[in-house]
Design a protein around this ligand. Structure first.
Ligand code: NAD
Length: 503
């Protein structure tokens, strides 16, 4: 197979084709990017930001075309598709105003290095590889791409094999913005293309994808010593306490769970509700979920749109089937809708337990298992027992206690009375912990990761602190220094006395 066929998940229609780049072609793309990076990296930050203003302009002009493409190739509702464009524009806007501060060189005055001046400066890494998934194909490709460019790097993007046309569109946006030739390369393909990119001599990689593939990527990146940012999967929990506003909790959790038909890394995938309000909460949740409209993104009134891949649809069917077999009760949904296209209705499961994969493994679809717990302690214990650590939310009217409980959740992003609240905010770095990955994209942290913080120094007062020839006198000098700088007062006094005696 030398090309990928892109299809609309809502009706199976062919949308276009994209080549699968061979390892040689990937290496050539990395080399071309390296060629373009030299001038880009040497330009001042101000010049680069000036040039990137054209990318913002193009994004605004092309917003309709991009959103339309996302809605047909990935399948999400148009409002969420426009949201992707807006998120990227917001990041560009944030870096226009803040990159100089975030990347500011700083002087350091080490107390043992007073003979020299020292400075820590940001140095572009070189060529940054971006390997992105299909669920937010614009945001998750362009956020690291923009941070890399602002910091003076070139970028080679390997988009998901399921959203290749969007990947190619990103290349087109860079060309429309008249960024230097070769600076942004897009290499379409599958996992083998991603592997080829890691082996092609890149200087950093931002990988967003599943935990299983993240492990393979980390192993390969380890072989080539490619620095990594890993944004991986989650099994995000929502905890509903007995004093929660149940109306607000049901609505907020439903959106947090079913945006992009649940195909969001930060989507709520398990709910823990305190016994006292369990019945009332489950009833509200089920009623509200039953009112959601399922269908293709061509109709902006459809809340829950297509399931992008067949593999994903199979996971949903399999998880529900297994949960049913192990005793779960399906209160709503449970089976895919008949074709054409792939649609799965909002599905609510109760009587679930940790033996079921729907409570343990990533689902990535509109399925909501609800487990009743004794109290907040049990909910927090179960939430933290997961190997994942991406996001979580807690629902309570007691903001003081709630805030305190948030700090006990082992996740990268925890919110009270809302879910996934860092998403879309350019100012806030994004990333999980535990098996959900490491490193940050977006925000200040995401930009700082795109440079090497290089130390440069030059003589100030002349002379050298250390150097040959060694001698007993120099050994004594260091021994004395240890006592002077780190000793207690008796040790310092003894030094003073021995000097007096010698004197
Ligand atoms: P995936 O892991 O199948 O693929 C992601 C990308 O990696 C694709 O471009 C794919 O071609 C490439 N790839 C796969 N195996 C590779 C390998 N061995 N070496 C190099 N490249 C390889 O993920 P997906 O199905 O596209 O996306 C869904 C997953 O991504 C979910 O697990 C989701 O939670 C996760 N995700 C995480 C975040 C986050 O920010 N933490 C955001 C979105 C999605």
């Amino acid at each position: 197979m030398s090309e990928l066929i892109s299809r609309n998940p809502a009706n199976g229609e062919e949308l276009g084709r994209a080549p699968i780049y061979t390892p040689e072609q990937v290496r050539a793309a990395v080399q071309a990017a390296r060629g373009a990076q030299t001038g880009w990296g040497q330009a001042s930050l101000r010049q680069r930001l000036q040039e990137l203003k054209r990318l913002s302009r193009v994004l605004v002009e092309q917003a309709d075309a991009i959103a339309r493409l996302i809605a047909v190739e990935q399948g999400k509702n148009q409002i969420e598709a426009y949201g992707e464009v807006m998120t990227v524009l917001e990041l560009l806007h944030f870096y226009q105003r803040n990159a100089a501060r975030i990347l500011r060189p700083r002087s350091v005055s080490p107390r043992l290095g007073a003979l020299r001046s020292h400075r820590i400066i940001p140095r572009p890494r070189g060529v940054v590889g971006v390997i992105s998934p299909w669920n937010y194909p614009v945001t998750l490709s362009m956020e690291p791409l923009i941070a890399a460019l602002v910091a003076g790097n070139a970028v080679v993007l390997k988009p998901s094999e399921y959203t290749s046309l969007i990947g190619l569109k990103i290349g087109e946006l860079a060309r429309r913005a008249e960024l230097p030739d070769g600076l942004v390369q897009v290499v379409t393909g599958d996992a083998s293309t991603g592997q080829a990119l890691i082996a092609a001599g890149i200087d950093k990689l931002v990988f967003t994808g599943s935990v299983a593939n993240g492990r393979k990527v980390a192993a390969l990146a380890g072989e080539y010593l490619v620095p990594l940012t890993l944004e991986l999967g989650g099994k995000d929990a929502a905890i509903v306490l007995a004093d929660a506003d149940l109306e607000q909790a049901a609505e907020g959790i439903l959106w947090g769970a079913l945006l992009n038909a649940g195909q969001a890394c930060l989507a709520v995938e398990r709910i823990y509700v305190e016994q006292a309000v369990a019945e009332a909460f489950i009833q509200k949740l089920t009623e509200k979920a039953a009112r959601l409209r399922v269908g293709p993104s061509t109709d902006p009134n459809h809340d829950v749109c297509a399931i992008t891949t067949e593999a994903q649809q199979n996971i949903l069917k399999q998880q529900v089937m297994e949960a049913r077999a192990k005793g779960a009760q399906v209160l709503l949904g449970g089976d895919p809708l008949p074709g054409p296209g792939r649609f799965f209705p909002p599905t609510i499961l109760v009587n679930v337990n940790d033996e079921m994969s729907v409570m343990r493994e990533e689902t990535f679809g509109p399925i909501l298992p609800v487990r009743v717990v004794r109290d907040a302690e049990e909910a927090i214990r179960l939430t933290n027992a997961s190997p994942y650590g991406l996001t979580a939310s807690l629902w309570t009217r007691d903001l003081r206690r709630g805030r305190q409980l948030l700090t006990r959740l082992e996740v990268g992003d925890a919110a009270l009375n809302d879910h996934g609240t860092s998403s879309g905010h350019a100012e806030i770095g994004w990333g999980g912990c535990k098996a959900s990955g490491y490193g940050k994209t977006r925000g200040e942290e995401g930009l700082r990761e795109m440079v090497i913080w290089q130390h440069i120094s030059w003589p100030r007062l002349g002379g050298q602190l250390m150097g040959f020839p060694y001698s007993a006198k120099k050994v004594n000098l260091v021994r004395t220094l240890i006592k002077v700088l780190f000793g207690n007062w008796q040790e310092r006094l003894s030094l003073f006395r021995s000097r007096e005696r010698k004197g």
